[in-house]
Design a protein around this ligand. Structure first.
Ligand code: BTN
Length: 411
């Protein structure tokens, strides 16, 4: 059921209290929209610092009594000390609307009893959805907004605040049983870490990488805002289709998120609107000279803005935020990716990839960009013509000659 919650904090660090509250709430409430930050003068008891307020729109199936219990528990966890009515507080979370429910109990009144008079709720609520109706008063938010006193409600620059919220990694959201998960705030490279601490079916994530590695000795720019992870899989009989499959899985996630102009450059670059958005690296892990597993690294640019990228990258690289002006939760994208990959790995194990091959050819412009092949030590630039099967590709060189190559010719 759709719900709207309002948050306020007037004890420093106010933004951190709001961030933490959202982090914990996400365990039971799926958050779809977060308003900008608003700074507002205190209500009721005036002799205290200004508040920072936001409103979120989310979904929950919790029973209202359980929901309010959970919210109180989150307030405590975030650090709400004892205060008095309308007094200063680290965090205050109110249920404003819960679907069409009208609840009038001693401990819970929904819709919130006074929200229509409070600019610090109505203004952010109007920002995220002006068409909703208060089921109790039957008034439209739009109408309430035009009548409420907005004088002490000031919208403040929220870009970094929102970027940080969306770029946090919450292990409870990933909720993945197939992998043992490790999350870092910062690491040199998830790929190198997994290589040094290898075990099968491990997933390593980091919010920042200081030495993110790309393919062929390049670096992968990994400031806060992107999704950077590496995972291990058992060795496969035939490994060379794996990077394509991983790239394809991420491409499908982005397609499902509504992104249209996607292109895969074989074997493992993903482009959005002709700029690189995702890279995949796939390396064998050897133990006593025997292949013991595969380590796959994925970097996806999600919440970075243009100014986050160094100059030399900005013309060829992009992020989902740059292309859509919307922030996305990194851990939600990762969950979507892992379930998509899981499905595709089963097809791979069963060597049943024909439908994936035709989907790749139909939807992801895989033959638009040339790529390098390495045949017997000689490097050549070629265009793909057709995927013959998951081990062979028909290509055309720059002289027009068409020939068949095995996938492992692509370095
Ligand atoms: C490429 O396109 O060159 C591949 C980029 C792969 C980057 C990812 S980010 C997570 C993982 N850790 C690394 O150091 N590299 C990969």
């Amino acid at each position: 059921m759709e719900l709207f919650l309002s948050f306020g904090s007037n004890i420093e660090p106010r933004e951190d209290f709001l961030k933490k509250a959202i982090f914990y709430l996400r365990e039971k409430i799926k958050i779809n929209k977060i308003s900008s930050l608003y700074e507002t003068e205190p209500w009721g008891y005036k002799d205290q610092d200004n508040f920072l307020n936001i409103v979120i729109q989310g979904e929950s199936e919790e029973d209202p009594d359980d929901l309010i219990k959970f919210i109180k528990h989150v307030e405590k966890k975030v650090g709400r000390g004892e205060s008095f009515k309308w007094g200063p507080r680290e965090i205050d979370i109110d249920i404003i609307l819960y679907g069409d429910k009208i609840i009038e109990k001693e401990n819970l009144i929904v819709p919130h009893k006074f929200f229509e008079e409070r600019g610090f709720v109505v203004v952010p609520l109007f920002e995220i959805n002006k068409y909703i109706i208060n089921p109790k008063s039957k008034r439209k938010i739009e109408d309430i907004y035009y009548n409420v006193d907005k004088r002490s409600v000031k919208k403040i620059d929220s870009e970094n605040f929102l970027r940080e919220i969306y770029s946090d990694l919450n292990i409870n959201i990933i909720n993945e049983k197939d992998y043992e998960i490790e999350i870092f705030d910062e690491i040199s490279s998830t790929q190198d870490y997994l290589k040094e601490n290898f075990s099968l079916n491990k997933l390593v994530l980091s919010k920042i990488q200081t030495k993110g590695r790309g393919r062929k000795g390049s670096y992968w720019f990994s400031e806060k805002g992107g999704l950077y992870f590496s995972f291990s899989l058992k060795p496969f009989n035939y490994i060379y289709f794996l990077p394509i499959l991983v790239t394809y899985s991420m491409a499908n996630v982005l397609k499902k998120l509504g992104l249209l102009d996607l292109k895969i450059k074989i074997p493992n670059d993903l482009y959005l609107n002709n700029k690189k958005i995702c890279g995949v690296i796939s390396e064998g892990y050897f133990k006593e000279e025997k292949l013991a597993g595969e380590i796959i690294g994925v970097g996806l640019n999600v919440n970075q803005s243009k100014s986050d990228f160094p100059d030399e990258l900005i013309n060829k690289t992009t992020s989902l935020y740059i292309e859509t002006e919307k922030f996305l939760f990194l851990d939600e994208i990762l969950s979507l990716f892992l379930s998509e990959l899981k499905r595709n790995l089963i097809y791979y194990e069963n060597e049943n990839l024909d439908h994936i091959i035709s989907d790749l050819e139909r939807n992801f412009k895989i033959f638009e960009e040339p790529f390098i092949i390495n045949s017997n030590g000689e490097e050549k630039r070629v265009y793909g013509k057709k995927i013959i099967d998951y081990k062979n590709l028909l290509v055309q060189d720059l002289n027009g000659k068409i020939f068949n190559i095995p996938l492992h010719f692509i370095p």
